[in-house]
Design a protein around this ligand. Sequence first.
Ligand code: F6P
Length: 507
Amino acid sequence: MARIANKAAIDAAWKQVSACPEKTLKQLFEEDSNRLSSLVVDTAKLRFDFSKNHLDNQKLTAFKTLLESCDFDARRKALFAGEKINITEDRAVEHMAERGQGAPATVARAKEYHARMKTLIEAIDAGVFGEVKHLLHIGIGGSALGPKLLIDALTRESGRYDVAVVSNVDGQALEEVFKKFNPHKTLVAVASKTFTTAETMLNAESAMTWMKKHGVEDPQGRMIALTANPAKASEMGIDDTRILPFAESIGGRYSLWSSIGFPAALALGWDGFQQLLDGGAAMDRHFIEAAPEKNAPVLAAFADQYYSAVRGAQTHGIFAYDERLQLLPFYLQQLEMESNGKRVDLDGNLITHPSAFITWGGVGTDAQHAVFQLLHQGTRLVPIEFIAAIKADDTLDPVHHQTLLTNAFAQGAALMSGRDNKDPARSYPGDRPSTTILMDELRPAQLGALIAFYEHRTFTNGVLLGINSFDQFGVELGKEMAHAIADHPENADFDPSTKALIAAALK
Ligand code: F6P
């Protein structure tokens, strides 16, 4: 039986979405004096202002019809109930259990794994591994991007340990850390869901070699495994107490809440990590409970689909006006593009609307002086997200933070209002959409809620597109070909261009 049952209703709803009259943002504000209160959502210590998007009551009604046709309620329920919604891999999707949401047995297992993490952190703090100053975290993709973001965003001033996250197989990345860290005071966390990823295994081996070379007595004894494949870690000789497992049903790009978040838990301390989880849980509750027109992830997905499917936008830009969130666009690239960068629906048919946006971004105010020219005057439509914290955490003159916020707000206003000039080169068309996400301060709870918001928005986009957001077969072909080249560079059956490259560089 087809998994997408209501095809005719879905097509009709999309038609309804496309048929909504186009109005400018200026018109929308003029026509509805309540616009701000209807399109601002305050939840989980975050404020989402969607009012500078072209959503109005008519579009919301059309999108709600689409949501219903796509069985959103049932699919959201199935997600939280731990049903096997990742159909191509026959798996449930249970990262929310790490935040206390979901089937009781799954939540209990997550708590047990967290308890193991906590015990190991306490052992490290108590000096079981001698004096430890540094943690070298090795992983890639979802096993690196989350930890990297958390460490950079939350532990700049107050990190209890010095953490470096290395993902790239390029030796430059590891070598840079080797220069900084004392091998005798370093622990190595090898993070890999599968514990087979080639780059991670090679980097782990080189870290062990580095320790040996510097006379560390038992390098293997200083290795910690963060994995959903504990058997593989055991095979590599890692003692059970140093294996921090997590469930197979947690996708790599959703895993920072699990043992993969170990470096953040170590550097922040357990209370800080718990606040991150609690922030995520607050967003989970909002996503489950709020009506679509007041539901931040759902409204964001409506805007995504509108700009993508109706207005033809190809990308969206994420600009945090906060230096500590400079890695957020990289994290979100994997979350959104690996989840929804697909071309077939749940029944294996080609999808009829464009899939995920290309996600990109930067930090304000830097980006203003680099890429905002195109955003204000280029020919492409790029919906923008501004993210900022009201409270400053630097100790400089408050004018710094005021200037930062002033700029964030000014950019959103300028994109929307535009300005005419008799010289076309100096004219700004305006009517360009943006969403502003404000938090009182950047702390673990707020960041947890923000990340969970993006997860649920990604899920909702997947539902509206009728796709499975939780597999990633697109990455496999390239991996296979890399193996083929590595194994037999001389006779790999490749195109002439690739053969010539191999001959030139890999002899
Ligand atoms: O190649 C893509 C991918 O499978 C991601 O989905 C994943 O986050 C990353 O590789 C790392 O995988 P692992 O955690 O198994 O090493």
